[in-house]
Write a protein that binds this ligand. Structure first.
Ligand code: 3MF
Ligand code: MG
Ligand code: MG
Ligand code: MG
Length: 386
């Protein structure tokens, strides 16, 4: 029970289970894991797929021969285990060359190098079967706005994405691109800091239909925003192309906690949205084990992310089948077919009828909505006493 299978479509990044526990104040607490080893371990746990940044797999300074050897060993592990690579991405944040941005650097040479690195990473992803390509602009931001590039940066980011979308078509890769917003860390301010900002930006691209978002639980939460609301907006816009599941305390440094570890209620609503919306993409965990853990703790972390998702998925079904909860919901959502027909689409007659209608304003304002009762039923359900 609550043991994952590939049909659940869980994925991890090589960088997630492979995190060595480094932080800005401390050295690694664990040795690195070989990518092929991670693939075999993840397969044992019932994971469906594995994702990577170009340099999670191939070191940035590898020779062509080294690249081929590494990719061959990785591919062999994939073939042996049946794990797939649904998503790939580029590391445009670790190397010092990107210290002031990649696609938004003020230096044209850095921007050009970022394009070169991304095209090569797209080649690598396509070679291993990736269909979704994620962009997290990890250094696209600033501490010092006196550099006067805030508006230019948006234009340059747009140019780069338009260029890369054409490259994908030209090569026949057919990638769907998922843009991942984050408000801060590692820059003081990152451009396009949340899901809503990113959706607005996508509408300005040459081929907006090829672009969606990759919302991350921790990223909206560190800005004090509601992750389920951000996911709902992405679903409503038809733009939920990928998702990064993890957890985070509000307004803190980037924690990347085990899914559901900190905010199980928001995790519940996230799972419910994914399951109800028909989202059929990867359930990707972009998180890592605490710095306190050894390798055993890493696999406990990975199992925990998936177990919590599956428990919450079952809770979501119980929520739908619970007659008391459903009665509360029915009472809360007041339907009125005639009124709804008048509101759905403007007509002069409908507008006139609405203007003339007498409403019981005081009565509507005085009505209790039963949300205390409903929310307590949910808490009872989540805490396991229903
Ligand atoms: C940082 C992130 C990134 C992105 C990744 C793209 C290192 O907070 O969330 O993880 O998710 O670069 O998938
Ligand atoms: Mg993150
Ligand atoms: Mg992170
Ligand atoms: Mg992420």
């Amino acid at each position: 029970r609550f043991d994952p299978t590939p049909a659940d479509k869980f994925t991890f990044g090589l960088w997630t289970v492979g995190s060595v526990g480094r932080d800005p104040f401390g050295e690694p607490t664990r040795p690195p894991l070989d990518p092929a080893y991670s693939v075999r371990k993840l397969a044992e746990l019932g994971v469906w797929g594995v994702n990577f940044h170009d340099n999670d797999l191939v070191p940035i300074d590898a020779t062509a021969a080294e690249r081929d050897r590494i990719v061959r060993a990785f591919r062999a592990a994939l073939e042996e285990t049946g794990l797939v690579v649904p998503m790939a991405t580029t590391n445009l944040f670790t190397d010092p060359v990107f210290k002031d941005g990649a696609f938004t650097s003020a230096d044209a040479r850095v921007r050009a190098y970022a394009l070169q690195k991304t095209m090569r990473a797209m080649d690598l992803g396509a070679e291993l079967g990736a269909r979704t390509y994620v962009f997290w602009g990890g250094r696209e931001g600033s501490e010092v706005d006196a550099g006067m590039k805030t508006v230019d940066s948006l234009a340059r980011f747009r140019e780069a994405l338009n260029f890369l979308a054409e490259y994908s078509e030209d090569q026949g890769y057919g990638y769907r691109f998922a843009l991942e917003p984050k408000p801060n860390e590692p820059r003081g301010d990152l451009y396009l800091p949340n899901v809503g900002a990113m959706l607005g930006f996508i509408a300005t691209l040459e081929h907006p239909e090829r672009f969606g978002v990759n919302p991350e639980f921790a990223h909206e939460t560190m800005a004090g925003l509601s992750f389920p609301h951000a996911v709902a907006q992405a679903i409503d816009a038809g733009k939920l192309f990928h998702i990064d599941l993890n957890d985070q305390k509000m307004n803190r440094f980037d924690q990347d906690l085990r899914f559901g570890a900190e905010n199980p209620k928001a995790a519940f609503f996230t799972v419910k949205l994914l399951e109800d919306s028909g989202y059929d993409g990867p359930r990707h965990f972009d998180a890592h084990a605490l710095r306190t853990e050894d390798e055993e703790g890493v696999w406990a972390f990975a199992r925990g992310c998936m177990r919590t998702y599956l428990i919450l998925r079952e809770k979501a079904r119980q929520f739908d089948q619970d007659s008391e909860i459903q009665a509360c919901l029915q009472a809360y959502h007041v339907r009125d077919e005639a009124l709804e027909a008048q509101m759905r689409r403007y007509s002069p007659e409908g507008a006139r009828a609405l203007k003339e209608r007498a409403f019981d304003r005081a009565g509507l304002g005085a009505r209790g909505l039963g949300l205390e009762q409903l929310d307590q039923l949910l808490i009872d359900l989540l805490l396991g006493v229903r």
